[in-house]
Design a protein. Structure first.
Length: 120
């Protein structure tokens, strides 16, 4: 019997450990305030993903649940957060990329960084 081993880079091992350990970094209070402001001012309290009013909101990590910078998160309703699946799984997320990008533009306008990436 021959054993074969998978070879992973250090970065891949780090990401796999985070997924297995279910690590999720919290979004700062300051960033949550900005996300809330964008939903209220630009979306009039509707979900930027589906456009519906909601009483249950989630902060969704777009690509990696450990990254909490403004350019990688958005505030969506609970139903959309469930529908989008795990952060980084682009099979479910790709159809909503334009909506995520528009939300990011609204963040930039909200914090006065038009044409620049947020640094918060």
């Amino acid at each position: 019997m021959t054993l074969s081993y998978a070879v992973f880079t250090e970065q891949e091992i780090f990401r796999l450990k985070k997924l297995v350990n279910n690590d999720r970094n919290d979004i700062s209070t300051q960033n949550k305030k900005i996300l809330n402001k964008v939903v209220e001012e630009f979306y009039q309290g509707t979900c930027p993903c589906c456009g519906k009013k909601s009483n249950s909101w989630h902060y969704d990590h777009w690509e990696d649940r450990s990254i909490t910078k403004l350019n990688s998160v958005w505030k969506v309703c609970r139903e959309c957060n469930t529908k989008l699946g795990a952060a980084g799984d682009m099979t479910k997320r790709t159809p909503y990329k334009e909506r995520f990008d528009l939300f990011q533009k609204q963040i930039n306008w909200s914090i006065g960084l038009q044409g620049q990436l947020p640094i918060i």
